[in-house]
Ligand binder design. Structure first.
Ligand SMILES: NC(=O)C1=CN([C@@H]2O[C@H](COP(=O)(O)OP(=O)(O)OC[C@H]3O[C@@H](n4cnc5c(N)ncnc54)[C@H](OP(=O)(O)O)[C@@H]3O)[C@@H](O)[C@H]2O)C=CC1
Ligand SMILES: O=C(O)C1=N[C@H](C(=O)O)C[C@H](O)C1
Length: 488
C-alpha cells in the first residue's frame, strides 16, 4: 500500500541507525526469472580485503551478494529498461514503480516478468515518500531526460533519497549546488561504462600531473570514415534522414578540427592578458620570428612569467635566437618534404578540401560525437574528455562539438553497425602537434547499452555500501566507484 506519511529517506539519518535498521530487516532476495536480461559476469561488491579476512578465518571466500531495492526512473526509456534488467540480473530488488510522461498500455510495463507501474512524473513527489516507507533502503537510478535532471535531483535531495544519476545535461552547475546543499548520498556521472571511465580517469590523472602537456596541439575530434568514406559517391552526398540536428554536407564529416595555438593570429590577445612586460617582449621579438618561433618563444616567456621570473632578461633573448635558428631550418625542411605520417595526410586533405578553413591563424572546428538520433544533448562524456584536454593546454570551446545524429551518416561515414543505430556512442579525438609531426588518436566506440547498465548497477552497489558504512563523503562519481575496486 502506498501512503504519503514518510517525508525523508532513512539514508538521511545517522549511519548507526541505518546499520541497526538494516541488520534487523530481513532481506527479500528477488526470485523472479531473469527474463531477457543477460547474465552479469560479476554480482558481488565485497571488498577484496574483507574476502581475504574471511578466507583466513576459514570462511569460504565467496563475496556476499548484495540485495537492496532499486527504483529506476524511467523504465520506459532505453537506458532505464537496460538498467532495470541488469539490476534484476544482479539480484537486486527492482521496485515495481517508475515514472514517465510516456503513455503505456494499462499504465504498466513488463520488465523481466515483473510488472512495473508507470506514473506521470508530476506524481513523483506524492508517490515517492510511500515507496521510501515500503523500501527503506531504496536507491533511485535516474535515466530520464536532460530537462528533468535538476528537478529530479532536487526532489531526491528533498526526500533524502540516495540516487545514481546517469542522465546527462541539465544545468550541471546548479546540480552541483543542489548536491552541496542537499548533502545526500549520490553517484553522478555522465558516463557509467567502466572502461570508458577508466580512460577518463587516465586523462584526468594526466591533466593533473602534466598540466599543459599538450599545449600547442590542435584538438581534432574526427570521424575518420571507416567504410564508405573513401567512396566519392558517398562522400559527396548530402545528408538525409530525420535528424533533429542541423544538416550538414556529408563531406564535412571528413574535416578536421584545427584549434590554432596562440602564436599565429591568436597570440597578441593572450599576451595582453599575461602582463605588460610579457607583451613588450613579444612585440619586440615577435616580428623577428615566424609563427613557430613565436609559439616557442611564447611558451618560454609564459613559463618564466608564470614562475615569477623576469621575462625581459638575457635568457629570453638567447632563447629567441636559438628558436629562430632552429625553427627556420625546420620550416625550410618541412616545406620541401612530403609528410610521412599517413594519418596526418588523411586528416589534412579533407580539411582544406571541404571547408577551406584550415588557413593559418584561423580556427577550423569540426568536433564530432555520434549517438542514436533520439539523443537530445551533446555527449556529456565528450564534454568531460574535452575538459581534460583543456587542462592539458588545448584550447577548445564546448559549444563547438559537432554532433552526428543522422543514421545514414552514422552507417556510411562513421561506421556504426546498422543494428546499433538505435544505441551507440562513438567518440573520436585526434590531437596533432603544432608542426604536424606528432599525432595522438583517442577513440571510444560503444555499441549497445550493457556497458552502462552494468556500471550503473555497480554504482548503486557502491552507494549502498557507502550508506551502510556511514561514509562521511556523500557525493561520488564513477572514478570513485572504480577506485574502490570495481574495475573488474
Ligand atoms: N551515464 C551514462 O553512462 C549514460 C547516460 N545516458 C543518458 O541517460 C539519459 C537517458 O537516455 P536514454 O535512455 O537513451 O533516453 P530515452 O529517451 O530512451 O529515455 C528517457 C525516458 O525518460 C522519460 N522521461 C521524460 N521526462 C521524464 C521525467 N520528467 N521523469 C521521468 N521520465 C521522464 C522519457 O519519456 P518520453 O519519451 O515520453 O519523453 C523516456 O522514456 C540521457 O540523458 C542520456 O544521455 C545514456 C546512456 C549512458
Ligand atoms: O545518450 C547516450 O546514449 C549516452 N550518453 C552519455 C553521454 O552523453 O556521454 C554516455 C554515452 O555517450 C551514451
Amino acid at each position: 500500500m502506498l501512503s504519503a506519511t514518510i517525508a525523508a529517506h532513512p539514508a538521511a539519518a545517522a549511519a548507526t541507525t541505518l546499520r541497526q535498521r538494516q541488520s534487523i530487516r530481513p532481506r527479500q532476495p528477488l526470485r523472479v526469472p531473469i527474463g531477457a536480461a543477460a547474465p552479469r559476469r560479476r554480482m558481488a561488491t565485497a571488498r577484496p580485503s574483507v574476502v581475504k579476512a574471511l578466507a583466513s578465518q576459514g570462511v569460504p571466500a565467496v563475496p556476499p551478494k548484495l540485495s537492496f531495492p532499486i527504483l529506476v526512473n524511467s523504465c520506459t526509456g532505453k537506458m532505464g529498461k537496460a538498467v532495470a534488467e541488469a539490476a534484476v540480473s544482479a539480484g537486486l530488488q527492482l521496485v515495481p514503480v517508475s515514472f514517465s510522461a510516456m503513455e503505456v498500455p494499462d499504465g504498466k510495463l513488463e520488465i523481466c516478468d515483473r510488472e512495473i507501474r508507470i506514473h506521470d512524473p508530476s506524481e513523483s513527489e506524492k508517490i515517492l515518500p510511500s515507496i521510501i516507507e515500503e523500501y527503506p533502503d531504496l536507491i533511485v537510478v535516474d535515466y530520464t531526460v536532460p530537462d528533468a535532471v535538476n528537478a529530479n535531483a532536487e526532489l531526491y535531495c528533498k526526500l533524502g533519497l540516495p540516487f545514481v544519476m546517469g542522465t546527462t545535461g541539465g544545468n550541471r552547475q546548479l546540480l552541483h549546488k543542489t548536491m552541496q546543499d542537499g548533502n545526500i548520498y549520490a553517484v553522478i556521472s555522465p558516463q557509467m561504462g567502466k572502461q570508458v571511465v577508466a580512460f577518463l580517469a587516465a586523462m584526468e590523472i594526466m591533466a593533473e600531473q602534466f598540466p599543459g602537456a599538450f599545449s600547442g596541439y590542435k584538438l581534432e575530434l574526427n570521424q575518420t570514415p571507416r567504410s564508405a568514406a573513401s567512396s566519392p559517391a558517398v562522400a559527396d552526398e548530402g545528408r538525409s534522414g530525420s535528424s533533429t540536428i542541423e544538416k550538414q554536407p556529408l563531406s564535412t564529416l571528413k574535416a578536421i578540427i584545427q584549434i590554432e595555438m596562440p602564436g599565429d593570429a591568436g597570440v597578441e590577445p593572450k599576451l595582453v592578458s599575461c602582463g605588460t612586460s610579457f607583451a613588450f617582449v613579444c612585440m619586440k621579438l615577435g616580428p623577428l620570428a615566424d609563427g613557430g618561433v613565436r609559439r616557442l618563444l611564447l611558451f618560454f616567456t609564459m613559463g618564466r612569467f608564470s614562475q615569477g621570473l623576469p621575462v625581459l632578461d638575457w635568457k629570453t633573448f638567447r632563447m629567441a635566437d636559438t628558436f629562430t635558428t632552429q625553427e627556420r631550418g625546420r620550416v625550410r625542411k618541412k616545406k620541401t618534404e612530403m609528410k610521412q605520417n599517413v594519418q596526418v595526410n588523411v586528416l589534412k586533405e579533407p580539411s582544406s578540401k571541404c571547408s577551406g578553413k584550415a588557413t593559418k591563424g584561423k580556427k577550423t572546428i569540426e568536433v564530432m560525437e555520434s549517438h542514436q538520433a533520439t539523443k537530445l544533448d551533446v555527449s556529456g562524456t565528450a564534454k568531460a574528455v574535452i575538459s581534460c584536454f583543456q587542462k592539458l593546454g588545448v584550447s577548445f570551446d564546448m559549444d563547438e562539438v559537432k554532433l552526428v545524429r543522422d543514421p545514414e551518416e552514422q552507417v556510411n561515414v562513421v561506421g556504426v553497425p546498422e543494428e546499433h543505430l538505435a544505441g551507440h556512442a562513438f567518440h573520436m579525438y585526434h590531437l596533432t602537434s603544432p608542426d604536424g609531426t606528432v599525432s595522438f588518436e583517442f577513440q571510444h566506440n560503444v555499441c549497445g547499452r550493457s556497458i552502462y547498465a552494468e556500471g550503473t548497477v555497480d554504482a548503486a552497489m557502491f552507494l549502498y555500501t557507502k550508506i551502510q558504512s556511514g561514509a562521511s563523503k556523500k557525493l561520488y562519481d564513477m572514478i570513485d566507484v572504480l577506485r574502490e575496486g570495481n574495475m573488474r
